[in-house]
Each structure stands twice: as structure tokens, then as C-alpha cells.
Design a protein. Structure first.
Length: 170
């Protein structure tokens, strides 16, 4: 009996490559069969096209409007005074007690000159001295008008919200 089992095991040992080849040919044959005769496709779920209007029963309820905001404090200084400018927080005097002058504004007219067909004014502010054209913005001012006959200029101050006339010193 042991001889018969031993002979069977030796025969399997010598033919193992054939068994592996037979298994691989079987797998290849199955794959060729699946390609040649594919299974029927799975039925896909169909969806209806979207509607232009949502039915009333599917619409969510409209939430109530939020209460009106009343934020305490004034925030106008955020755009009126530049926090990144050195002289922004400097006090210019009490506005209600006396009339605001060019000295309170910290701006002085030094010269008026014609360049080509336009008039320019040389102005000294607290931080710089430069030549400006009519309509040009600088710091918190706008040079609106240059009057060469009177040697005056009209500037608009965004801080005070009004126009000031500056005269050249004699």
C-alpha cells in the first residue's frame, strides 16, 4: 500500500508543471468564453429629467428675516483717518470753538506755476513738500482749483468735509 501511495506522489511530482499548465489553460478558456458570450448588462436605474419648478410640497419653508443690525459705536474714523499715517491721530484743535485755518490743517501754499497749459501748486504738508496739479489727491486733501492771479488755491479736506482757500505767504 505504501508503494502505491509513493508511486502516486512521485507521478504527481513529475507532472506538476502539466497540472499548472492545465489550470492556466482552463482560466484562459473561461476568459475567452466571457469575452465571446458576455453576460447581459445590468439594468441601470433611469432618472427623470429635472423640472423647472419645484412642487409646493417639496419647497422648504422660508425662514424669517434676521433682525435689523444696530452696531454700537461709530466706525467713520476707520475711513476718515488713515491708521497707517504718522499724523493721523494728531489733534487739529477743537472744531466747534474756533474757525479752522490752514495752520490747523497743517498745509501751506509755497508757490504757483504754469507748466504747459496747466497750473500747478507747490504745497507743504506735515509730511512732505511737492508740486500738485488741479484735481490731484494727496494725503487727506484734494487740490480743486489754482488761482494764479490771487496766488491762492482751493483744497477740499476729507477730514472736515469742506473747502479751504490757502493764500501764498508774501
Amino acid at each position: 500500500m505504501i508503494d502505491k501511495i509513493q508511486k502516486i506522489l512521485i507521478w504527481f511530482w513529475w507532472n506538476k508543471e502539466r497540472f499548472v499548465l492545465l489550470i492556466l489553460v482552463g482560466i484562459l478558456g473561461y476568459r475567452v468564453y466571457v469575452i465571446a458570450y458576455p453576460p447581459p448588462p445590468e439594468k441601470e436605474e433611469s432618472y427623470s429629467p429635472p423640472r423647472k419648478e419645484v412642487p409646493n410640497e417639496l419647497k422648504p419653508p422660508i425662514p424669517p428675516l434676521p433682525p435689523a443690525l444696530s452696531i454700537p459705536g461709530t466706525y467713520a474714523s476707520l475711513w476718515r483717518e488713515n491708521p497707517f499715517w504718522y499724523f493721523a491721530g494728531e489733534s487739529t484743535g477743537s472744531t466747534g470753538a474756533k474757525e479752522i485755518t490752514s495752520k490747523d490743517l497743517g498745509i501751506t501754499l509755497l508757490n504757483v506755476r504754469q507748466v504747459g497749459d496747466r497750473w500747478r501748486a507747490q504745497l507743504r504738508t506735515r509730511s512732505t513738500t511737492k508740486w500738485y496739479d488741479e484735481g490731484e489727491e494727496f494725503e487727506q486733501f484734494i487740490l480743486e482749483q489754482v488761482n494764479p492771479e490771487d496766488k491762492t488755491v482751493v483744497i477740499y479736506s476729507e477730514q472736515y468735509g469742506r473747502r479751504f482757500t490757502l493764500e501764498m505767504r508774501k
